[in-house]
Design a protein around this ligand. Sequence first.
Ligand code: ACO
Length: 310
Amino acid sequence: MTNDDWSALVDTTDEWITTRTGIKERRFAADDQSTLDLSEQAALRAMGDAGLSADDIDEIILATDTPELYTPDTASLLQDRLGCRTIPTYDLGGSGCAGWIQAIDVARSRIAFEPKNILVVGVELISRLISWEDRATCVLFGDGAGAIVMGPGTGKATLVDVISGTDGSKADILTLQTGGTRHPFTVESAAAGDHQRLDMKGSEVFREAVRRMSSVTLELLERIDRPLGEVALLIPHQANKRIIDAIGHKLGLSEDKVFVNVDRYGNTGSATVPLGLWEAYGESRIQPGDLVVLTAFGAGFHWASAAMQF
Ligand code: ACO
Protein backbone atom coordinates (compact mmCIF):
# COMPACT_ATOMS: atom_id res chain seq x y z
CA MET A 1 0.00 0.00 0.00
CA THR A 2 1.66 3.25 -1.17
CA ASN A 3 1.47 6.74 0.32
CA ASP A 4 -0.74 7.70 -2.60
CA ASP A 5 -3.10 4.84 -1.70
CA TRP A 6 -3.37 6.34 1.81
CA SER A 7 -3.90 9.85 0.49
CA ALA A 8 -7.00 8.55 -1.30
CA LEU A 9 -8.39 7.45 2.09
CA VAL A 10 -7.28 10.11 4.60
CA ASP A 11 -6.15 13.73 4.47
CA THR A 12 -2.45 13.15 3.86
CA THR A 13 0.15 13.36 1.09
CA ASP A 14 3.13 11.38 -0.13
CA GLU A 15 5.24 14.47 0.58
CA TRP A 16 4.12 14.67 4.26
CA ILE A 17 4.67 10.97 4.92
CA THR A 18 7.99 10.82 3.09
CA THR A 19 9.56 13.88 4.73
CA ARG A 20 8.32 13.03 8.26
CA THR A 21 8.93 9.27 8.21
CA GLY A 22 10.82 8.11 5.09
CA ILE A 23 8.05 5.55 4.47
CA LYS A 24 6.98 5.11 0.83
CA GLU A 25 4.98 1.90 1.03
CA ARG A 26 3.96 -0.83 3.45
CA ARG A 27 2.51 -4.35 3.14
CA PHE A 28 -0.84 -5.37 4.65
CA ALA A 29 -1.95 -8.95 5.14
CA ALA A 30 -4.81 -10.13 2.95
CA ASP A 31 -8.26 -10.32 4.54
CA ASP A 32 -8.04 -14.09 4.87
CA GLN A 33 -4.60 -14.00 6.52
CA SER A 34 -3.97 -13.73 10.24
CA THR A 35 -1.10 -13.38 12.70
CA LEU A 36 -0.77 -17.17 12.77
CA ASP A 37 -0.39 -17.39 8.97
CA LEU A 38 2.43 -14.85 8.89
CA SER A 39 4.10 -16.51 11.90
CA GLU A 40 3.97 -19.88 10.16
CA GLN A 41 5.64 -18.54 7.01
CA ALA A 42 8.45 -16.89 8.97
CA ALA A 43 8.91 -19.96 11.18
CA LEU A 44 9.11 -22.34 8.20
CA ARG A 45 11.74 -20.17 6.51
CA ALA A 46 13.82 -19.89 9.67
CA MET A 47 13.62 -23.64 10.33
CA GLY A 48 14.45 -24.36 6.67
CA ASP A 49 17.44 -22.02 6.79
CA ALA A 50 18.64 -23.73 9.97
CA GLY A 51 18.10 -27.21 8.46
CA LEU A 52 15.70 -28.13 11.27
CA SER A 53 12.29 -29.77 11.25
CA ALA A 54 9.33 -29.30 13.59
CA ASP A 55 10.57 -32.25 15.69
CA ASP A 56 13.82 -30.40 16.41
CA ILE A 57 12.11 -27.40 18.03
CA ASP A 58 12.06 -27.59 21.84
CA GLU A 59 10.30 -24.32 22.70
CA ILE A 60 8.55 -21.40 20.97
CA ILE A 61 8.55 -17.75 22.07
CA LEU A 62 6.46 -15.38 20.00
CA ALA A 63 6.59 -11.60 20.42
CA THR A 64 3.51 -9.70 19.32
CA ASP A 65 1.10 -6.95 20.26
CA THR A 66 -1.41 -8.20 17.71
CA PRO A 67 -2.10 -11.83 18.69
CA GLU A 68 -4.26 -14.25 16.74
CA LEU A 69 -6.78 -14.43 19.60
CA TYR A 70 -7.23 -12.75 22.96
CA THR A 71 -6.58 -16.16 24.49
CA PRO A 72 -4.84 -18.58 24.07
CA ASP A 73 -1.41 -17.38 22.98
CA THR A 74 -0.46 -17.39 19.30
CA ALA A 75 2.60 -19.53 20.10
CA SER A 76 0.48 -22.52 21.11
CA LEU A 77 -1.51 -22.24 17.87
CA LEU A 78 1.80 -22.07 15.97
CA GLN A 79 3.07 -25.19 17.75
CA ASP A 80 0.05 -27.10 16.44
CA ARG A 81 0.22 -25.54 12.95
CA LEU A 82 3.91 -26.48 12.58
CA GLY A 83 3.31 -30.01 13.91
CA CYS A 84 5.76 -29.66 16.79
CA ARG A 85 5.81 -31.97 19.81
CA THR A 86 4.04 -30.88 23.03
CA ILE A 87 6.84 -28.43 23.75
CA PRO A 88 6.32 -25.35 25.94
CA THR A 89 5.29 -22.18 24.14
CA TYR A 90 4.49 -18.67 25.18
CA ASP A 91 3.82 -15.19 23.83
CA LEU A 92 5.73 -12.13 24.87
CA GLY A 93 3.02 -9.52 24.44
CA GLY A 94 2.66 -5.81 24.94
CA SER A 95 6.31 -4.85 24.58
CA GLY A 96 5.62 -3.25 21.24
CA CYS A 97 8.52 -3.01 18.90
CA ALA A 98 11.14 -4.08 21.47
CA GLY A 99 9.41 -7.45 22.01
CA TRP A 100 11.49 -9.57 19.66
CA ILE A 101 14.87 -8.54 21.10
CA GLN A 102 13.47 -9.10 24.60
CA ALA A 103 12.36 -12.54 23.39
CA ILE A 104 15.84 -13.50 22.15
CA ASP A 105 17.17 -12.31 25.51
CA VAL A 106 14.77 -14.68 27.30
CA ALA A 107 15.65 -17.47 24.84
CA ARG A 108 19.38 -17.18 25.43
CA SER A 109 18.95 -17.51 29.19
CA ARG A 110 16.65 -20.51 28.70
CA ILE A 111 19.32 -22.14 26.49
CA ALA A 112 22.07 -21.36 29.00
CA PHE A 113 19.94 -23.09 31.65
CA GLU A 114 19.20 -26.14 29.47
CA PRO A 115 20.53 -26.66 25.90
CA LYS A 116 17.58 -26.62 23.47
CA ASN A 117 16.40 -25.20 20.14
CA ILE A 118 14.05 -22.25 20.55
CA LEU A 119 12.02 -20.76 17.72
CA VAL A 120 11.71 -17.01 18.32
CA VAL A 121 9.10 -15.20 16.23
CA GLY A 122 8.30 -11.47 15.93
CA VAL A 123 4.99 -10.81 14.18
CA GLU A 124 2.41 -8.05 13.82
CA LEU A 125 -0.79 -7.51 11.89
CA ILE A 126 -1.05 -3.89 12.92
CA SER A 127 -3.43 -3.15 10.06
CA ARG A 128 -6.16 -4.90 12.09
CA LEU A 129 -5.53 -2.81 15.19
CA ILE A 130 -5.13 0.74 13.93
CA SER A 131 -7.86 3.11 12.93
CA TRP A 132 -7.93 3.50 9.15
CA GLU A 133 -9.29 7.00 9.75
CA ASP A 134 -6.57 8.37 12.04
CA ARG A 135 -3.99 9.87 9.70
CA ALA A 136 -1.57 10.53 12.56
CA THR A 137 -0.99 6.79 13.09
CA CYS A 138 -2.41 4.76 10.20
CA VAL A 139 0.28 5.73 7.67
CA LEU A 140 3.13 4.64 9.94
CA PHE A 141 2.57 0.90 10.12
CA GLY A 142 2.73 -2.31 8.11
CA ASP A 143 2.22 -6.04 8.68
CA GLY A 144 5.08 -8.53 8.83
CA ALA A 145 6.79 -11.44 10.55
CA GLY A 146 10.33 -12.64 11.13
CA ALA A 147 11.86 -15.55 13.00
CA ILE A 148 15.08 -17.23 14.03
CA VAL A 149 15.97 -20.51 15.66
CA MET A 150 18.38 -20.21 18.58
CA GLY A 151 20.28 -23.18 19.92
CA PRO A 152 23.29 -24.16 21.98
CA GLY A 153 25.56 -25.22 19.12
CA THR A 154 27.60 -23.35 16.52
CA GLY A 155 25.21 -21.82 14.02
CA LYS A 156 25.49 -18.94 11.59
CA ALA A 157 26.01 -16.48 14.41
CA THR A 158 26.72 -16.32 18.11
CA LEU A 159 24.54 -14.11 20.27
CA VAL A 160 27.29 -12.34 22.19
CA ASP A 161 25.19 -10.30 24.59
CA VAL A 162 21.87 -8.50 25.04
CA ILE A 163 20.94 -5.52 27.21
CA SER A 164 17.28 -4.62 27.81
CA GLY A 165 15.68 -1.84 29.85
CA THR A 166 12.26 -0.45 30.74
CA ASP A 167 10.94 2.88 32.04
CA GLY A 168 7.35 2.21 33.09
CA SER A 169 6.87 5.86 34.07
CA LYS A 170 6.74 6.64 30.34
CA ALA A 171 4.02 4.08 29.59
CA ASP A 172 1.59 6.82 28.62
CA ILE A 173 3.51 7.98 25.55
CA LEU A 174 2.18 5.06 23.50
CA THR A 175 -0.94 3.21 24.56
CA LEU A 176 -3.94 1.30 23.23
CA GLN A 177 -6.21 1.17 26.25
CA THR A 178 -9.57 -0.22 25.25
CA GLY A 179 -10.01 -3.96 25.71
CA GLY A 180 -8.02 -4.36 28.91
CA THR A 181 -9.56 -4.68 32.37
CA ARG A 182 -9.36 -0.93 33.02
CA HIS A 183 -11.39 -0.14 29.91
CA PRO A 184 -13.22 -3.31 28.86
CA PHE A 185 -14.95 -3.42 25.49
CA THR A 186 -18.45 -2.00 25.46
CA VAL A 187 -20.96 -1.56 22.67
CA GLU A 188 -20.33 2.20 22.89
CA SER A 189 -16.53 1.96 22.77
CA ALA A 190 -16.66 -0.46 19.84
CA ALA A 191 -19.03 1.86 17.97
CA ALA A 192 -16.69 4.79 18.64
CA GLY A 193 -13.71 2.76 17.35
CA ASP A 194 -11.89 3.06 20.69
CA HIS A 195 -10.44 -0.45 20.30
CA GLN A 196 -8.35 0.96 17.43
CA ARG A 197 -7.39 4.23 19.12
CA LEU A 198 -3.62 4.22 19.39
CA ASP A 199 -2.64 7.17 21.58
CA MET A 200 0.84 8.27 20.64
CA LYS A 201 2.78 11.32 21.78
CA GLY A 202 4.79 11.34 18.57
CA SER A 203 7.55 13.80 19.41
CA GLU A 204 8.16 12.25 22.85
CA VAL A 205 8.35 8.77 21.31
CA PHE A 206 10.81 10.18 18.79
CA ARG A 207 13.05 11.74 21.47
CA GLU A 208 13.05 8.70 23.78
CA ALA A 209 13.64 6.34 20.86
CA VAL A 210 16.79 8.14 19.74
CA ARG A 211 18.09 8.58 23.29
CA ARG A 212 17.50 5.01 24.45
CA MET A 213 18.53 3.10 21.29
CA SER A 214 21.82 4.99 21.02
CA SER A 215 22.70 4.77 24.72
CA VAL A 216 21.85 1.06 25.07
CA THR A 217 23.92 0.30 21.96
CA LEU A 218 26.94 2.10 23.44
CA GLU A 219 26.40 0.37 26.80
CA LEU A 220 26.30 -3.01 25.06
CA LEU A 221 29.48 -2.40 23.06
CA GLU A 222 31.26 -1.30 26.20
CA ARG A 223 30.11 -4.42 28.05
CA ILE A 224 31.37 -6.75 25.29
CA ASP A 225 34.52 -4.62 24.96
CA ARG A 226 34.15 -3.98 21.22
CA PRO A 227 34.62 -0.49 19.73
CA LEU A 228 31.98 1.08 17.47
CA GLY A 229 34.45 0.85 14.60
CA GLU A 230 34.10 -2.95 14.66
CA VAL A 231 30.33 -2.86 14.03
CA ALA A 232 29.78 -4.06 10.46
CA LEU A 233 26.04 -3.34 10.50
CA LEU A 234 23.51 -1.80 12.87
CA ILE A 235 19.95 -3.05 12.37
CA PRO A 236 17.72 -0.62 14.27
CA HIS A 237 13.97 -0.85 14.78
CA GLN A 238 12.34 0.54 11.64
CA ALA A 239 9.77 3.10 12.84
CA ASN A 240 10.90 6.21 11.08
CA LYS A 241 13.87 7.06 8.83
CA ARG A 242 14.50 10.27 10.78
CA ILE A 243 14.84 8.28 14.03
CA ILE A 244 17.23 5.88 12.30
CA ASP A 245 19.29 8.75 10.84
CA ALA A 246 19.46 10.46 14.23
CA ILE A 247 20.81 7.29 15.88
CA GLY A 248 23.39 6.80 13.12
CA HIS A 249 24.43 10.42 13.52
CA LYS A 250 24.60 10.21 17.33
CA LEU A 251 26.74 7.09 17.15
CA GLY A 252 28.88 8.44 14.33
CA LEU A 253 28.12 5.50 12.04
CA SER A 254 28.26 6.03 8.26
CA GLU A 255 25.05 5.42 6.30
CA ASP A 256 26.27 2.14 4.79
CA LYS A 257 26.57 0.70 8.32
CA VAL A 258 22.96 1.37 9.25
CA PHE A 259 20.29 -0.91 7.77
CA VAL A 260 17.11 0.72 6.44
CA ASN A 261 14.01 -0.88 4.91
CA VAL A 262 11.30 1.24 6.57
CA ASP A 263 10.71 2.87 3.16
CA ARG A 264 9.23 -0.42 1.87
CA TYR A 265 7.57 -1.95 4.94
CA GLY A 266 6.70 0.87 7.35
CA ASN A 267 6.79 0.03 11.05
CA THR A 268 6.05 -3.68 11.47
CA GLY A 269 6.43 -3.55 15.27
CA SER A 270 8.23 -6.54 16.77
CA ALA A 271 8.86 -7.88 13.25
CA THR A 272 11.10 -5.04 12.01
CA VAL A 273 14.37 -6.32 13.49
CA PRO A 274 14.08 -10.00 12.43
CA LEU A 275 12.85 -8.83 9.00
CA GLY A 276 15.86 -6.54 8.72
CA LEU A 277 18.19 -9.32 9.82
CA TRP A 278 16.72 -11.68 7.23
CA GLU A 279 16.95 -9.11 4.42
CA ALA A 280 20.47 -7.97 5.31
CA TYR A 281 21.57 -11.60 5.46
CA GLY A 282 19.79 -12.47 2.19
CA GLU A 283 21.33 -9.46 0.42
CA SER A 284 24.81 -10.52 1.62
CA ARG A 285 25.18 -7.36 3.64
CA ILE A 286 26.27 -9.63 6.47
CA GLN A 287 29.45 -11.66 5.96
CA PRO A 288 31.15 -14.29 8.10
CA GLY A 289 33.18 -12.49 10.76
CA ASP A 290 30.82 -9.51 10.97
CA LEU A 291 29.70 -8.02 14.26
CA VAL A 292 26.03 -7.06 13.85
CA VAL A 293 24.15 -5.00 16.42
CA LEU A 294 20.35 -5.02 16.69
CA THR A 295 18.49 -2.33 18.61
CA ALA A 296 14.83 -1.52 19.26
CA PHE A 297 12.45 0.47 21.43
CA GLY A 298 8.76 0.09 22.04
CA ALA A 299 5.68 0.83 24.07
CA GLY A 300 6.21 0.26 27.79
CA PHE A 301 8.62 2.06 27.47
CA HIS A 302 11.12 -0.70 26.57
CA TRP A 303 14.45 -0.70 24.79
CA ALA A 304 17.02 -3.36 23.97
CA SER A 305 20.20 -4.02 22.00
CA ALA A 306 21.76 -7.33 20.98
CA ALA A 307 25.18 -8.10 19.52
CA MET A 308 25.61 -11.01 17.09
CA GLN A 309 28.95 -12.30 15.88
CA PHE A 310 28.63 -13.96 12.48
N1 ACO B 1 -0.59 13.68 6.95
C1 ACO B 1 -0.63 15.02 7.06
N2 ACO B 1 -0.61 15.68 8.22
C2 ACO B 1 -0.52 14.94 9.34
C3 ACO B 1 -0.47 13.53 9.30
C4 ACO B 1 -0.52 12.91 8.05
N3 ACO B 1 -0.48 11.57 7.92
N4 ACO B 1 -0.38 13.08 10.57
C5 ACO B 1 -0.37 14.13 11.38
N5 ACO B 1 -0.47 15.27 10.65
C6 ACO B 1 -0.49 16.63 11.11
C7 ACO B 1 -0.96 16.73 12.54
O1 ACO B 1 -2.38 16.80 12.57
C8 ACO B 1 -0.34 18.01 12.99
O2 ACO B 1 -1.09 19.06 12.49
P1 ACO B 1 -1.29 20.41 13.36
O3 ACO B 1 0.09 20.94 13.57
O4 ACO B 1 -2.15 21.25 12.49
O5 ACO B 1 -1.94 19.96 14.63
C9 ACO B 1 0.98 18.00 12.26
O6 ACO B 1 0.84 17.10 11.14
C10 ACO B 1 2.13 17.50 13.09
O7 ACO B 1 3.23 17.78 12.32
P2 ACO B 1 4.67 17.75 12.93
O8 ACO B 1 4.70 18.25 14.34
O9 ACO B 1 5.60 18.39 11.96
O10 ACO B 1 4.93 16.22 12.96
P3 ACO B 1 6.26 15.53 13.40
O11 ACO B 1 7.41 16.11 12.70
O12 ACO B 1 6.32 15.44 14.89
O13 ACO B 1 6.04 14.09 12.84
C11 ACO B 1 5.55 11.89 13.51
C12 ACO B 1 5.02 13.31 13.36
C13 ACO B 1 5.91 11.34 12.15
C14 ACO B 1 4.47 11.02 14.13
C15 ACO B 1 6.79 11.94 14.42
O14 ACO B 1 6.51 12.60 15.61
C16 ACO B 1 7.31 10.59 14.71
O15 ACO B 1 7.73 9.85 13.85
N6 ACO B 1 7.36 10.21 15.99
C17 ACO B 1 7.76 8.91 16.35
C18 ACO B 1 6.55 8.06 16.43
C19 ACO B 1 6.79 6.68 15.97
O16 ACO B 1 7.75 6.33 15.36
N7 ACO B 1 5.83 5.87 16.28
C20 ACO B 1 5.88 4.55 15.87
C21 ACO B 1 5.25 3.72 16.86
S1 ACO B 1 6.23 3.68 18.22
C22 ACO B 1 7.24 2.43 18.06
O17 ACO B 1 7.58 1.98 17.02
C23 ACO B 1 7.71 1.88 19.30
